[in-house]
Design a binder for this molecule. Structure first.
Ligand code: DC
Length: 221
C-alpha cells in the first residue's frame, strides 16, 4: 500500500492539494482535521469548555467518529451516527478542534481509525502529525506551508467568493493563534518530520504544488 502524508499549518492548502492528488493517483483522501473538528463540534454542542480536560477525557469513550465516502468519493464525517460534514467548517469549530486536539484522550480516540485506513487502501492523508506520528513509515512525506499573510488572503478570498462577510486582519490573527496552539502543544505538535520534503506554496499555484508532489512520488514509488 502507498501512503502520502501532508502536514502543515492551517490554510496552507493541504486539502485542496491532497484532493487533487487523490484524484490523479486514484488514492483515498483522508482529512484528519475533519475528525478533530467532529470531536470539537460534539464538545461545542454540549457546551463544554475546551480547556476542561477532565470532562473531555471522560467523555471520549462515548464519542464515535467514523468516515464514509459519498458517490463522488467525497469524505463524510459521522459523529455518533450523524453525518456532521455540513457543520464542521465554521471558525468556531476549528478553534475548538485546535484547543481540544491537545488533549491526549482526544488524539487516542482517533489514532487507530487513521492508522487502519492506511492498512487497507492507498491513501493521501493530511493533518498536523501524519508524518511524525500517525504514519511514520509513509511512502512520501510533505510539509506544506505558506506565509500567514498569504494563507489569510486565500481564506479571505474563499469566504468572499461564498458571500460570507469577513475581515482580513481578523482571519490573519486567527491563523497565527491556531499555528501557535498547534505547534506548541505537548502531544504530537505540528512540526516538519525529519524526512519530509518542505514546500512553501506562498508563490506557487495549486497546479505547481500538485506537480511538485507527483514528481516526488514518481521518484520513489
Ligand atoms: O486542518 P484543520 O484546520 O481542519 O484542523 C482543525 C484542527 O484539528 C487543527 O487546528 C489541529 C487539529 N488537528 C490535529 O491536531 N491533528 C491533525 N492530524 C489534524 C488536525
Amino acid at each position: 500500500m502507498y501512503s502520502i502524508a501532508i502536514d502543515g499549518p492551517a490554510g496552507a492548502g493541504k486539502s485542496t492539494i491532497a484532493k487533487e492528488i487523490a484524484k490523479r493517483l486514484g488514492f483515498i483522501y483522508v482529512d484528519t482535521g475533519a475528525m478533530y473538528r467532529a470531536m470539537g463540534l460534539c464538545f461545542l454542542r454540549k457546551g463544554i469548555d475546551g480547556h476542561d480536560r477532565e470532562t473531555i477525557a471522560d467523555l471520549c469513550p462515548s464519542i464515535r467518529v467514523d468516515l464514509s465516502y459519498d458517490g463522488e468519493g467525497r469524505q463524510q464525517v459521522i459523529l455518533n451516527g450523524e453525518n456532521v460534514t455540513p457543520f464542521i467548517r465554521q471558525e468556531e469549530v476549528g478553534q475548538m478542534a485546535s484547543v481540544t486536539s491537545a488533549i491526549p484522550e482526544v488524539r487516542a480516540a482517533l489514532l487507530d481509525l487513521q492508522r487502519n485506513m492506511a492498512l487497507t487502501s492507498d491513501i493521501i492523508m493530511d493533518g498536523r502529525d501524519i508524518g511524525t506520528h500517525v504514519l511514520p513509515d509513509a511512502t512520501l512525506k510533505i510539509y506544506l506551508t505558506a506565509s500567514p499573510g498569504v494563507r489569510a488572503r486565500r481564506r479571505y478570498d474563499e469566504l468572499c467568493e461564498k458571500g460570507i462577510p469577513c475581515d482580513l486582519n481578523r482571519i490573519e490573527e486567527d491563523i497565527i493563534k491556531r499555528d501557535q496552539q498547534d505547534m506548541t502543544r505537548e502531544i504530537a505538535p505540528l512540526k516538519q518530520a525529519e524526512d519530509a520534503i518542505l514546500l512553501d506554496s506562498s508563490d506557487m499555484s495549486i497546479q505547481e504544488v500538485v506537480s511538485a508532489i507527483l514528481e516526488e512520488f514518481e521518484k520513489i514509488r
